[in-house]
Ligand binder design. Structure first.
Ligand SMILES: Cc1cc2nc3c(=O)[nH]c(=O)nc-3n(C[C@H](O)[C@H](O)[C@H](O)COP(=O)(O)OP(=O)(O)OC[C@H]3O[C@@H](n4cnc5c(N)ncnc54)[C@H](O)[C@@H]3O)c2cc1C
Length: 401
């Protein structure tokens, strides 16, 4: 075993771990990231790229709970479950059902609203810091409703967003076409979030973020953490072929964080919502901004040199391979909007780190702030990376245990 030591070890180099490392370095701390793969190549690579300052509605809502079975049975719905994963998933699903009750949904939305409220300004600053300002686009984001009924069903969520001060504008079907003329017509109209920003290439931004983190002197150790324990003078981290000693550990291993947190005495109900994307190479995507046909649960994302169609939720754990039926459904539904799309240029499966209440875990471990938990960002981890980094920094600089 090679023994190495550091002040702070960040486990996981996704957008959350990288943003935290950058921030803690700026605080003057010695920081190491332990990450087995290319930094930023997990969920942080393949997402829809929206800095979703409007995304205050948790996944579990009274309406999702009411319609859960019909969502599962409809082949065009955004939700699927791998039956083989059901026994393992049961506790998470039971908690998800509880968190979808009206009083819990409102409470969860309140917590998320507080976290996302400054996301656009925080990302604008963060992008400048890492040299990625060119990859930010400030054209807002658009939700589409197929029918008037679908729009009416969304009114409770729209009202809740309004109560949290989210900027949103109701658009008629013709106003939608005014913004995005190449979309097909929609009876139900749209909802526009004018202050949302988005990344025109999340993968490139991850590359710039990782380079910025290296530039400020964060050391990268390329391996997996397999175990962790508290010792008298800090933490011992098993990361073969190394044994790492650190004063503080930040667990930011995304969907893989549950086992690590449990080892340190913090059981959490983290699981994964698997998400997919298909991409179509093209010089000019047919839309100007991310567009989400809400019934399908995916976003059309105009990226540099390609159109990405990203979303869906498949409950099914971390090890099963891509589900070809979901990828086919994604491509089939994308062609309903843009019939000229041919076969996808590439496909992708990623693992959202998801809590049953959609609220991320950003706090010290129960045993003290020598271990900080920073995971569970679900659908909004990209959005919340700068804010999470600031919160972790505040925990570590505050006085007290
Ligand atoms: C289809 C899809 C669309 C999305 N769209 C958006 C969006 O538009 N806006 C938004 O804000 N969010 C979006 N998200 C969510 C967002 O991508 C995630 O919340 C975010 O990337 C989570 O970041 P992370 O750093 O926690 O996880 P990850 O990016 O997955 O990083 C975790 C890292 O930990 C490493 N790791 C795992 N185990 C270990 C170990 N034992 N030791 C060391 N390292 C380990 C992994 O290799 C990985 O690199 C989307 C997600 C998906 C799947």
């Amino acid at each position: 075993m090679n023994r190495i030591s550091t002040d702070i070890a960040v486990v996981g180099g996704g957008v959350i771990g990288l943003a935290i490392a950058l921030r803690l370095r700026a605080d003057g701390r010695e920081v190491m990231i332990i990450e087995p793969n290319e930094p930023g190549s997990g969920a942080s690579y393949g997402n829809a790229g929206t800095v979703a300052n409007y995304a205050v509605i948790p996944v579990g809502t009274p309406s999702v709970l009411r319609n859960f079975l019909s969502l599962l049975l409809n082949p065009n719905s955004p939700l699927a479950i791998r039956t083989s994963a059901l026994p393992t998933l049961f506790p998470w699903l039971a908690r998800f059902a509880y968190e979808s009750l009206p009083h819990r949904y409102r409470e969860n939305a309140g917590q998320i609203a507080e976290l996302v409220s400054d996301a656009s300004s925080a990302w604008t600053e963060f992008a400048a810091e890492i040299g990625a300002s060119n990859f930010l686009s400030a054209k807002g984001c658009l939700y589409l409703y197929h029918t008037r009924k679908a729009f009416q069903a969304a009114c409770a969520d729209i009202e809740l967003r309004r109560s949290y001060g989210v900027s949103q504008e109701l658009l008629s079907a013709s106003e939608v076409l005014g913004l995005e003329p190449r979309l097909p017509g929609f009876e139900g109209g749209g909802l526009f979030f004018p202050k949302a920003i988005n990344l025109s290439d999340p993968g490139e931004v991850m590359r710039l973020l990782s380079a910025a983190v290296k530039r400020v002197g964060v050391e990268f150790v390329q391996t997996s953490v397999t175990g962790m324990s508290r010792k008298q003078n800090g933490l011992r981290i098993a990361a073969s072929p190394y044994e790492v000693h650190a004063h503080t550990v930040v667990i930011a291993a995304g969907a893989h964080s549950r086992k690590l947190a449990a080892e340190i005495g913090d059981p959490v109900q983290l699981d994964t919502e698997r998400g997919y994307h298909v991409e179509y190479d093209m010089p000019e995507p047919p839309i100007e901004r991310p567009v989400c046909p809400t019934a399908h649960g995916f976003y059309f994302c105009p990226l540099r040199g390609r159109l990405r169609v990203a979303g869906l939720v498949e409950l099914g754990g971390l090890t099963a391979p891509e589900n070809p039926q979901l990828l086919q459904a994604l491509a089939r539904n994308a062609r309903r909007f843009f019939p000229e799309l041919g076969a996808p240029s590439r496909t992708w499966l990623g693992f959202r780190p998801s809590m049953p209440n959609s609220v991320p875990v950003i706090r010290p471990s129960k045993g003290g702030k020598d271990v900080i938990l920073a995971f569970g960002h679900g659908h909004i981890g990209l959005t919340l990376a700068p804010r999470t980094a600031r919160l972790v920094s505040a925990i570590l600089t505050s006085k007290g245990k």
